[in-house]
Design a protein around this ligand. Structure first.
Ligand SMILES: [Zn+2]
Ligand SMILES: [Zn+2]
Length: 347
C-alpha cells in the first residue's frame, strides 16, 4: 500500500497521517448521531469482541470449577499463569514478528522512522528495548496479572462478593459488558494522570516511558507498581455487582488491550490493498511528547482538561502554549520561594 496517499513522511523518516487524531464521537456535545453510527462498529471490532471472547474461552477452557477456585492451589494457578503467558507471547509476538522482525511492510505507516533494534540505550536492561520490555512483561507483568486474577476469582468462588448469573440478569450484564471499555478508559486516565505527577513519574511511570519509540513489547513494560494498578482495573468488579466472566473481560481488556496503542504503525497491512487501523496514534503522541493524551480517546478527557494533541500543527502550537504557561508558573513559584528564603535570612 502507498502510505503517502494517507499521510506524509518528514526528513527524519517519520510518517504522520493527514487526518488529525480524533476522539470517539460518543461524549460529544452537541451529539453527532451520524458520526456515532459510523464509529459504532469500531466499538466492537476487532479488539473488544476478541477480548470478550477470550474471557469466555478462559472461563470454559482454562479455569477449573468454581469449587476448586475456592482455595489456592498450585494446579489451577500455574495452569492459568501458563495460559496467560502463552497467550501474551503469541498475541504480542504476532505483531512483533510481522512488523518488527520480518518487517513485512518495511516502514510504511510507521510513525517513527527508526526501529528500536537500531537504537541501543542505557535506559534498558542489556541496552536493548526488546529484551528489557520482554523481561518486564514476563518477569513482573504476568505474575501480577495472574495474581490479581486469582484473587478476584477466589472472591467470586467463595461468595465474598455478589455473583450475578447471566440467566437472571441478562440485560444488566449486557449493559455492564458495554461499559467495560468506559470503566477501563476512566480508570486508565485517572491512574495515568496521577503517575505523571513528578515524584510518581520518576519512581514509577518513567519505566514505561523509556520506550520513546514504542513497539509491541512496550505495551506492558512498566514498573511493577504501575502493572498492579493498571491491571487492577479488574478490582472494579468486586465493587460493582458483576460476574467472573465480566471481570475476566475487564482484565483482558487491559492486558491484551495494551497493545493497540504500542504497535507503532498507523495501519497493519493484511494484503496488497487491505489494512486495519491500529488506533495507535493518540498514544504514540503521548510517548513522543509525554504531557499530552493521557487517555486513549474513548472519552474526551484530554479535550476537557486541555491536554489533547491531535498530531497537527495546530495541536503542536497548543502544546507549546501550555508548556510556556507551565514554565512561567514554575519560574514564578521558584522566585517566590527564593524571595521568601531571603526575607527569612534577613530577619
Ligand atoms: Zn504507553
Ligand atoms: Zn505516560
Amino acid at each position: 500500500m502507498d502510505d503517502l496517499s494517507y499521510g506524509a513522511r518528514n526528513k527524519r523518516g517519520d510518517w504522520a497521517p493527514n487526518e488529525p487524531a480524533s476522539t470517539a464521537p460518543v461524549f460529544t456535545f452537541p451529539p453527532q448521531p451520524l458520526k456515532f453510527l459510523k464509529w459504532l462498529p469500531h466499538y466492537f471490532l476487532p479488539y473488544n469482541v476478541l477480548f470478550a471472547l477470550s474471557a469466555v474461552a478462559w472461563w470454559y477452557f482454562v479455569l477449573p470449577e468454581p469449587e476448586v477456585m475456592k482455595a489456592l492451589a498450585w494446579g489451577w494457578v500455574l495452569k492459568l499463569f501458563a495460559a496467560n503467558a502463552i497467550a501474551v507471547f503469541l498475541f504480542f509476538g504476532a505483531f512483533e514478528l510481522k512488523l518488527y522482525i520480518l518487517r513485512s511492510q518495511g516502514n510504511r505507516f510507521k510513525y517513527n522512522g527508526k526501529f528500536p533494534a537500531e537504537q541501543c540505550s542505557k535506559a534498558f536492561f542489556f541496552e536493548r528495548q526488546n529484551v528489557d520490555n520482554m523481561l518486564r512483561t514476563f518477569g513482573t507483568g504476568l505474575p501480577i496479572w495472574t495474581g490479581i486474577e486469582v484473587f478476584v476469582l477466589m472472591a467470586f468462588a467463595n461468595g465474598w462478593v455478589p455473583w450475578l448469573a447471566f440467566a437472571q440478569n441478562p440485560v444488566y450484564l449486557f449493559v455492564l459488558a458495554l461499559l467495560v471499555p468506559i470503566i477501563h478508559e476512566t480508570h486508565f486516565f485517572l491512574l495515568h494522570r496521577a503517575i505523571h505527577w513528578g515524584p510518581l513519574y520518576k519512581w514509577v511511570h518513567s519505566v514505561h516511558h523509556n520506550s520513546v519509540n514504542p513497539s509491541p513489547w512496550s505495551s506492558l513494560s512498566m514498573h511493577p507498581v504501575e502493572q498492579f494498578f493498571y491491571l487492577g482495573t479488574m478490582f472494579w468488579h468486586l465493587i460493582i455487582p458483576s460476574n467472573p466472566i465480566m471481570a475476566l473481560y475487564q482484565l483482558h481488556f487491559a492486558g491484551f488491550g495494551a497493545i493497540p496503542g504500542h504497535v507503532g504503525f498507523d495501519k497493519v497491512e493484511l494484503g496488497e490493498d487491505t489494512a486495519v487501523d491500529s488506533h495507535a496514534y493518540i498514544h504514540y503522541l503521548h510517548h513522543k511528547y509525554f504531557e499530552v493524551n493521557y487517555g486513549d480517546g474513548l472519552i474526551p478527557f484530554d479535550k476537557w482538561f486541555g491536554t489533547f494533541h491531535d498530531g497537527s500543527k495546530e495541536g503542536e502550537k497548543q502544546m507549546q502554549v501550555r508548556y510556556e504557561k507551565k514554565k512561567a508558573r514554575l519560574n514564578a513559584k521558584a522566585e517566590a520561594k527564593k524571595s521568601n528564603e531571603t526575607d527569612r535570612a534577613g530577619a
